[in-house]
Design a protein around this ligand. Structure first.
Ligand code: TRP
Ligand code: ZN
Length: 852
């Protein structure tokens, strides 16, 4: 996008000065917080000398500015202030500022803001400039000392607590850090505490800070934290580096959580959990996010990013690490399938639409718009490929070198790739395309068998994406296995390295034609195009020894069938039903895996696939076809479902571990099918008997799915009215299960509910986000849902542009659909752009989605 305000990677320059130390003093007050800053500054020897000093600052009332004690009159502009070189010594000096800010009026939830009476901060990416004048860029790293004065009993900041008295605390963070990792919290909070002894024998005080009354819901987060700390020591050799580690749960938060040094701040829904209030999915997410933020202490904080173009350096790597962790804690097979489901649903979607961008973009207008599935999830996939190419040992050596060489630095993707080259001797020049070129490669596969030789032929296509018309071949690690017709493994899994647009690989000395299992473990983030017969897919579903490809075979069977149903009116034959029945009954398979196999492909996934195959997807047709599949599967499995459900009952009290969760997942999948044939009798009983939120929500979903559950919904509301996180589920469920022609209306009604607190991002997402996530409802031909979502985005934008812009991605798939729908979405986006005072965030998104 060409925009005067765009920032370009190519323009990078080191900052004019170095900040050696920062001392901050806060006097907290809702409408007039005073922030005094004392910066120890010196000219940066890496730059020419005698430069002006430019500080970022937004919405700050400057009270005082002094250089080496001498007061200066400087007039700030909209985005900061400049101190002329003539007013600065040419050696080290001390810059003092004092500003006033009003956290109470801060609805953007960026900078210092208030959430239900407590103060908290969110500085990544560029929120620190809303707290004080400062070079707010990640390559400026400094040691911080912070004094907090306030009325609240708990006053927290980064680092170690060095002193305190009535109404104040003082914190020192010995590790140089960029300003985006600064944090401050003040509130009436209670701690759930524990101690962790590190590998080298240091004791670390761990605290999870929550509102009074929530202390009893912290145990799982604490347990996850302790397991994360151990795991990072054992697997990456990384120890924690302060005396104290604090986590705070906040109700009003734009994203999931934030890795501020020594003071992680979390969306409360990713901390608080009890069996009564959190589902198995909630427990799993809490474990993963606690781990993610903790792992950032090394990959993000000790080694940070030179500039925001390098965001995937910390995010891709930290996602990769949290995925490994979850796999180790739970099941690698199940985790890989879930991650690929997510990758396809979010990243492939993004990559195949107007918002497609590289893992390392080259320009942006608003950096908050680039915390995307591409940076995070594709960023992690790229690391998985690197590891497949250099091997586990090579990866371990490269990571050791990375931590050794770059500790304390603000690094780049070049630095990252260089450690792999240096540690393994492998030339990665070609591989860098994964970072610079956007788009999901399509990989066409064919095969032949002659004279005892089986050959796989591959061809990759790299389609044009916005701003990148021409692409080159990518390096693809293609993991392949061969099965005998009797189902035995013929060859151990091998990684083929594809480096050209077209390439063939021959396997000699085979007596019979093998069945190939291609792209095992989803070894590269590509769309595989391979004409495979239904029989061969069913064979792989039954026999593949690679769990990912086993699941993938079943998924492909279902998608092939659904595609033929909606495009050719095909009927549901016995093939898919029998294959599913075998999986459902196979007691040798992990229940969690079986539950995943029984999950039908999502409507959005189907629309994406149909569009890629040259069709214009019909949302209503996909919805109807998918329901018919569910009904047919329910009828086929009906006789066995009660037995299956009974066999999966968990005796004893609820435990959130993967084994128990997997059994519940399969039981609820079976209950959902049973509900399609028993009129909801079993689900109603299950709802009444439920003693945990997984089963309560699960049974309620079964009822809503068949158009029932009104009474249960009312009971749910009465029971949970005062619990925000649980009520988010109540809002979202009703919309998710609404009939497509009623989804907008149901949403509209819920926006009038007294508890629809739309300024709270979680609540906004659970209502407006649920409508955008309802494929057939959102894309209903009336356009009512498009209009409603657009209206609410416009209402949210002036208050919280970051969340409004993030949620506008609901519209990014519009080019897939028919002309009428396209026109309606374009009109909605154009109406946004015509709105006075539209934020830079939402403007950038609308412009990119329109593609003009
Ligand atoms: N760095 C955070 C993470 O990956 C996410 C993050 C970025 C964030 N910007 C944010 C969180 C703004 C909250 C608000 O964990
Ligand atoms: Zn992160």
């Amino acid at each position: 996008m060409t925009d005067a305000r765009a920032i370009h990677l190519a323009d990078y320059q080191p900052f004019s000065h170095l900040i050696e130390h920062v001392a901050l003093t806060f006097h907290l007050s809702p409408n007039a917080t005073r922030v005094q800053a004392r910066l120890a500054v010196r000219p940066n020897p890496a730059r020419e000398q005698g430069l002006d000093l430019r500080l970022d600052g937004e919405g700050l009332r400057l009270v005082r500015l002094a250089v080496d004690g001498r007061e200066l009159t400087v007039l700030p502009d909209e985005t900061g202030l400049t101190i002329r070189a003539a007013d600065l010594p040419d050696t080290a000096f001390v810059l003092e500022t004092e500003v006033e800010i009003a956290p109470e009026g801060n609805t953007a939830l960026e900078g210092l803001y208030m959430s239900r009476g407590m103060y908290c901060t969110q500085c990544e990416a560029e929120g620190f400039r809303k707290i004080t004048f400062y070079p707010d860029r990640p390559d400026v790293m400094a040691r911080f000392r912070v004094r907090v004065n306030g009325d609240h009993p708990v006053l927290l900041s980064n680092g170690n607590l060095v002193d305190q008295g009535p109404g104040w605390t003082e914190w020192d963070d010995p590790w140089p850090k960029p300003a985006y990792l600064f944090a401050l919290v003040a509130g009436d909070l209670r701690a759930h505490s524990a101690t962790f002894r590190t590998l080298s024998g240091r004791d670390v005080a761990l605290n999870i800070w929550v509102r009074p009354g929530d202390e009893g819901r912290c145990a799982y987060a604490m347990d996850s934290l302790i397991r994360s700390m151990k795991w990072d020591e054992q697997v990456y050799g990384r120890e924690y580096d302060l005396d104290i580690f604090n986590i705070v749960a906040v109700d009003d938060f734009n994203m999931g959580a934030m890795e501020n040094k020594g003071l992680n701040i979390f969306n409360s829904k990713f901390v608080l959990a009890s069996p009564e209030t959190a589902t198995d999915d909630d427990f799993a997410r809490i474990e993963a996010i606690i781990a993610h933020e903790y792992f950032h202490n090394w990959t993000g904080n000790r080694i940070t990013c030179r500039d925001w173009f390098q965001l995937c350096l910390k995010e891709g790597l930290t996602v990769y690490r949290d995925q490994q962790f979850t796999g180790d804690m739970r099941s690698h097979a199940v985790k890989r399938i879930e991650d690929v489901l997510m990758l396809r649903a979010r990243q492939f979607r993004e990559d195949q639409g107007p918002l497609s961008h590289a893992v390392r973009p080259e320009s942006y207008v608003e950096i908050n718009n680039f915390y995307t599935a591409t940076i995070y999830e594709k960023g992690a996939e790229v690391i998985g490929m690197l590891r497949r190419l250099v091997g586990d040992d090579g990866y371990a050596r490269a990571l050791d070198l990375y931590f050794d060489r770059h500790d304390g630095q603000a690094a780049t993707i070049e630095d990252w790739l260089c450690v792999f080259q240096d540690a393994t001797g492998r030339d990665l020049t070609h591989f860098t395309r994964w970072y610079s070129e956007a788009g999901t490669p399509r990989l066409k596969v064919s095969d032949d068998f002659n004279n005892d030789t089986y050959t796989l032929h591959f061809e990759q296509e790299n389609y044009a994406t916005p701003g990148q018309p021409v692409k080159w071949a990518k390096v693809l690690p293609i993991s392949v296995g061969m099965l005998n017709p009797n189902g035995d493994d013929l060859l151990p899994t091998t990684v083929l390295e594809m480096t050209h647009m077209r390439q063939s690989f021959a396997f000699e000395g085979l007596a019979t034609r093998p069945v190939a299992s291609v792209l095992r473990g989803f070894s590269a983030p590509v769309v595989l195009e391979r004409a495979v017969s239904a029989e061969e897919r069913a064979f792989l579903l039954a026999h593949d020894t690679d769990p990912f490809n086993k699941w993938e075979a079943g998924r492909a069977l279902a998608k092939d069938l659904l595609a033929r149903m909606v495009t050719e009116g095909a009927a549901i034959g016995p093939g898919w039903l029998e294959a599913m029945a075998r999986v459902a009954q196979d007691g040798s398979l992990d229940p969690a895996f079986r539950a995943l196999c029984l999950r039908l492909p999502s409507e959005d996934d189907m629309a994406q696939t149909l569009h890629a195959a040259g069709h214009v997807p019909d949302p209503a047709g996909i919805y109807a076809g998918r329901r018919r599949m569910g009904d047919a599967l329910a009828r086929r499995l009906a006789p066995d479902l009660p037995g299956l459900i009974a066999s999966l009952a968990e005796p004893g009290p609820f435990t959130p571990d993967a084994r128990a969760a997997g059994r519940r997942a399969l039981r609820l999948a079976a209950l959902s099918l049973l509900s399609r044939v028993d009129g909801g009798t079993a689900a109603r009983a299950a709802y009444r008997a439920a003693d945990n939120m997984t089963e309560e929500v699960g049974a309620l979903s079964c009822l809503l799915d068949i158009g029932q559950g009104a009474e249960e919904l009312a009971r749910f509301e009465a029971r949970w009215r005062s619990d925000r996180n649980v009520m988010d589920k109540w809002f979202a469920l009703q919309i998710a299960y609404a009939a497509p022609d009623r989804a907008a209306e149901v949403t509209q009604t819920l926006t009038q509910h007294p508890d629809f607190d739309w300024k709270n991002p979680n609540r906004f997402r659970s209502v407006i986000g649920a409508l955008s996530g309802h494929h057939a409802g959102f894309h209903h031909s009336s356009g009512a849902a498009y209009a409603l979502v657009a209206e609410w985005l416009l209402r949210l934008d002036p208050l919280n542009p970051q969340t409004a812009a993030r949620m506008s991605t609901a519209f990014d798939t519009w080019p897939r659909y028919d002309a009428d729908r396209q026109a309606m979405v374009r009109e909605a986006l154009q109406r946004m752009l015509a709105t006075d005072g539209l934020s830079r965030d939402l403007t950038e998104m609308a412009v990119r989605m329109l593609g003009d």
